[in-house]
Design a protein. Sequence first.
Length: 109
Amino acid sequence: MSDSINVEVCYALKDRQEIVHLKMPEGCTVQRAIDASGLLQKHPEIDLAKLNKIGVFAKLVKGDTVLRDKDRVEIYRPLIADPKEVRRKRAEEGKVMKKGGGPAEEAAS
């Protein structure tokens, strides 16, 4: 077995993705990979304690999760609006929505 693993740490911005490829020691945690990526220094808006969640391949994890070779660590931006709240407001306004989120009137055309 190898003594190191290859991982990616990514942070999606509104207009682009920041992806950092790293070679880390076996047994490395998600938090150590994020620290080594330099993304916390480059993007001071990232707040892992309160604001941003983290995951590996779209599955939420904690910072002490041990990584495996070729894992992709993802730092998620907070949602702008709660999807449940948006649907509730639309229902209150009487808007009928088609599958996919566009107005139902457009689907009939």
